[in-house]
Design a protein around this ligand. Structure first.
Ligand code: CMC
Length: 443
């Protein structure tokens, strides 16, 4: 008997099966289908709500070892990239698989920069949003709208088209994000300045007032670059999964990216940095930390910016941000919420509940404190997450499109509803009081 197999005995029938174990300690869920009680039986299925133990793809992009707190893009440790690289170089690495040489880097930078402008109609389109629209909602709608501007993007099986859409979207995201921000402020939109770096230009489009040329503070420009490196990809997270799932029905990548932005919007994903800051503001003082932790332990609420599906150790991104916060505060002044955050982390990491549940700070615990110190309103935090994550989404999407094993994403279900029943006339149905419970459960 081969060693790399799993022997299964179905006690219902006494039959034995040998399931191959593939590299990475994986069995194919479809192999379970041969396990049947009878000829007409559908076969065994695995049940895995929220995919907690199901791999949906093979990927070469990002590696995470959640127990050890390791994150690598294309094999390169996140700590080295955060220290030595810049976002555009990391985006190249993520999208293309290798670090560029000088010539390729310069070409890539130029290729991104020539796509920073958006069609004037996009500006008009954005003007249509209400004055108090959430910038992430605006970004979501506008990224989807790009689909209508680039009908050529439908050609998803063409390599050159995929490359073009990738450059376009990475180039345009800062512009869309900045327009959304300026809209909420009632300020005129600022056009891109391609003399500046990727993050320097973003700062210019966000904060330029009447000066002829905006000069970004080099410390803040670099801090934003590091934040962008840390947020560029994170393997099969909720938004990458949305990008792939929508992409599997083969629409253009802008439609997929709109779905990814929508997934990122939620407070359990990219919205967590906003939720974490709101929580720290609500705590208000270190003396109130024990009361909040009591509520968390009693299951009344969650500690936002803590916990992760994959990391069961300190999120390496949070470690880098915690150290970087001090450099940012030298320019911006200290954000007093950092004291609450550090004390909250200290107490939580000694507490049996957090130790036994393996709950550590994640990237969102410190990123919001830095963004707030830099002058960003909380509603911009998830938008600032979406800009750099675009390179990860496009890489995940392109990998999915090229993967011959992928098909339209279509999970199975276990039907637990009513068995067949027959239509009754309105007048003969049970009175509302008898039906109330069933109806209210359905919404
Ligand atoms: N505070 C308190 N308890 C928690 C927390 C938390 N933040 N996170 C998980 N737990 C507990 C949870 O109550 C459960 O306990 P028990 O087993 O006793 O019922 C256990 O830990 C496992 O939780 P889970 O909900 O099954 O874990 P998950 O893998 O489904 O959730 C998570 C992962 C990130 C959604 C969750 O940890 C969470 O809600 N954290 C707060 C939101 C947050 O910070 N999100 C940002 C994630 S990092 C950035 C990104 O990738 O988007």
């Amino acid at each position: 008997m081969a060693n790399n197999t799993l022997s299964v005995t179905d006690n219902r029938t006494g039959k034995k099966y040998e399931l191959p174990i593939e590299e990475g300690d994986v069995i194919r869920a479809a192999d379970l289908r041969q396990i049947k009680v009878g000829k007409d039986d559908f076969g065994l299925m695995s049940y895995d709500p929220a995919f907690t133990n199901t791999a949906s793809c093979r990927s070469r992009i990002t590696f995470i070892d959640g127990d050890k707190g390791i994150l690598r893009y294309r094999g390169y440790p996140i700590e080295e990239l955060a220290e030595k690289s810049n976002y555009l170089e990391v985006a190249y690495l993520i999208v293309k698989g290798e670090l560029p040489d000088r010539e390729h880097y310069e070409r890539w930078e130029n290729n991104i920069k020539i796509h920073t402008m958006v069609h004037e109609n996009i500006k008009k389109f954005m003007e249509g949003y209400r004055y108090d629209a959430h910038p992430m909602g605006m970004l979501l709608g506008t990224v989807g709208a790009l689909s209508t501007f680039y009908p050529d993007a439908n050609d998803i099986h063409d390599l050159e088209s995929r490359r073009l859409q990738t450059r376009r979207l990475i180039g345009k995201m800062p512009t869309l994000a900045a327009f959304a921000y300026r809209h909420t402020k009632g300020l005129p939109y600022v056009y891109p300045d391609n003399d500046l770096s990727y993050t320097g230009n973003l700062l210019s489009m966000l904060f330029k007032m009447t000066e002829l040329k905006y000069k970004p503070d080099p410390v803040l420009e670099r801090a934003l670059d590091v934040l962008f490196i840390l947020h560029a990809d994170h393997e099969q997270n909720c938004s990458a999964n949305a990008m792939r799932a929508v992409g599997s029905s083969q629409p253009d990548p802008y439609a997929c990216a709109a779905a990814a932005v929508a997934a990122l919007y939620g407070p359990l994903h990219g919205g967590a940095n906003e939720a974490a800051i709101r929580m720290l503001m609500e705590i208000g003082s270190v003396s109130n930390i024990p009361a909040l932790l009591r509520k968390v332990k009693e299951g009344e609420r969650r500690l936002m910016g803590f916990g992760h599906r994959v990391y069961k150790n300190y999120d390496p991104r949070a470690k880098i941000l915690k150290e970087m916060a001090a450099q940012v505060f030298e320019v911006t002044g200290r954000n007093p919420l950092i004291d609450i955050a550090i004390e909250l982390e200290r107490i939580a990491l000694q507490d049996e509940y957090f130790i036994s549940h393996k709950l550590y700070p994640n990237v969102d615990f410190y990123s919001g404190i830095i963004y707030q110190a830099m002058g960003f309103p909380m509603t911009m935090f998830p938008v600032l997450f979406a800009i750099p994550r675009t390179s990860g989404w496009m890489a995940q999407w392109a990998e999915m499109v090229r993967d011959s094993e992928q098909k339209i994403a279509r999970p199975r279900q276990i039907y637990v509803g009513e068995p067949i029943r027959h239509y009754s006339e309105l007048a003969s149905r049970p009175k509302p009081t008898q039906r109330e419970d069933a109806v209210s459960e359905a919404i």
